[in-house]
Design a binder for this molecule. Sequence first.
Ligand code: NOJ
Length: 708
Amino acid sequence: MKKMYVLLSVIFLLSPIWGQKKNLLTDEKIEKRISALMQTMTLEEKIGQLNQIPADNGATGPTGPKILSGGNKKMLSSGLCGSMLNLFGAQPTREAQEIAVNGSRLHIPLLFGYDVIHGYKTIFPIPLAEAASWDVDLIEKNARIAAKEASSAGIHWTFAPMVDVARDARWGRVMEGAGEDPYLGSLIAQARVKGFQENLSNASDILACAKHYVAYGAAIGGRDYNGVDISERTLYEVYLPPFKAAADAGVATFMSAFNELNGIPASANAFTIRQILKKNWKFQGFVVSDWNSIGDLIPHGIAENRAAAANAGITAGVDMDMCSFIYIEELAKQVRSGIVKEYLIDDACRRILRMKFKLGLFEDPYKYCSMQRENADIFTPENRAAALDAAHKSIVLLKNEKQTLPITNDKKTIAVIGPLADDKEDMIGNWSAIGEPQSAVSLLEGLRNKISDKSTLIYAKGCNINDQDSSLFKNAVQVASRADFVILALGESKGMTGENCSRADIGLPGMQLELAKVIVKTGKPVIVVFMNGRPLAIPWFASNVPAIVEGWLLGTEAGNALADVLFGSVNPSGKLPVSFPYAIGQVPIYYNFKSTGRPFSPNQAWTTSYLDVPNEALYPFGFGLSYTKFCYGDIQLSSKTLGMHGEIKASIEVKNEGNFDGDEVVQLYIRDVVARISRPVKELKHFKKYILKKENQRLWTLQLLLKI
Ligand code: NOJ
């Protein structure tokens, strides 16, 4: 039996994270109906199912006008299209569906896909922010709300959850995922899948898509679309687990990524798609390529032309081609000449039809196209209340010296300064579907809603988010000088994270640091609220301001949520799902690193370190403060060793010694100190969020089972 020491001061119950969702995909009747249908389909019609086309031919992007061009209409009525993306709204989807169902020979319904990433119209915090809640029930519930809104506008399928582990803050797509940890990421992946598709026969559920398969987050240099070169061990231990969790939760689809992985592009990778996903994991859904990622096989340098790209994609197991039109143009010829085996086409077609049957589209192709539902279910007060709750729980308190926060609400003049203080546009973050910036609450508005008549708010923009103009500094300093204290809202615009939004410098953009310096110089207490989609390198703030709130991009209710936290009506409970470095040179940085043969020791030369910054993160994974004070007792273990399939019961006393009720995320980490393969210095194995009342500094004894 191997020794496994439980390291950290924490506890809780271990529920199996790989809980299998009932597999509806093997339904015999569905398979029989698919077989019967496929016997009547021509080769072109089968390949048509593998073809996904954009509503607008890509010309105007996902938020542009949705038009059904003549070319699109022809494709639908000739049965040469299985799915459309970026078409939404009950009426437009009904119109397209009618053309496909009434106009085509076999009346096969279309699937409508859209990026519903953190809400459809009610916009929740960006996924990275929501991950900071460490509240999987909340995350599942919000995915359900997003599904309900989207499904009422004709959408059958979201390209979410994005489950890429991200260890490099330069990569702009860190905002779309759950951060750096495979365990937390797996639970969140599972929660989002369950939320989107609890029961696919309901018209309020939509197909989910685990993306971007796989290792997309490990792009070299943090530059989007760049190559990935990682060991198979890292692939299995770090990047695959959230995908496995999604598959086990019954996710309907996967998306193959843009990147290459150790020399083989993900969209031509038979090892990851056919071997791991379809064979080992027995995945019964279908794989869609990313946008033109089959076309991209040519510039990747593994296909000499479109015919070779089509061949590589279908051979690797990519079932549906998103927007490169390569399958529809190339595959039939290759099947006829024997280059591509027809059973590959049949398998892909069957997988796609299976999902259409599971959604009940053959029974009622218009079940998602109800104007009545569209008017009733979207952007309701209940949905906004859920967005507010999520935003509250996503906020992370990074620093709070001398109890600067919460603000006491009496007779104060409060200066609100910064380029994001009066900002609505950026609050909803990137990938915000049909979310309307004008309906979002800015910080300034939230504070106005919150303060009493006795307090006064004064505002100055100070500078723009990302240019070199300092002409507004003077006014900002004057405003700060008139106030009792300053709330400084700094960060990134929504366009600075998301697809192809990598940054080589992850400090504050533009003149914002300089603005902060002149404001701090006034001598007024400064509370900084960061709004950003990635971890920022903010060491100056850590040493020079008394209070820092990580406010991410919190969605529709951003300003109200921040005001509630700043004024203490909500006690912050978020914990970072990703490490915040001191300096860009530390990335990739993550808490579950390896010890090295020369672990750092301050008194010993030749141990691993930088000359100029610490090894650790400035604010590490799992970190987040509260207005109350939690004290941990000693951990009690039922045994000191843990066998391969054994379990240990661990318990600990956690005391709320402060003056506020609060939620605490109790986290359990392990370290396998001696193993044949070196293990990380810390690995999260379990966590649980507890509500701990202040009542008489009550002690709470918490228990959990650690199983390996
Ligand atoms: C490209 C992005 O990489 C992917 O995440 C998205 O789902 C598709 N485009 C469709 O919009």
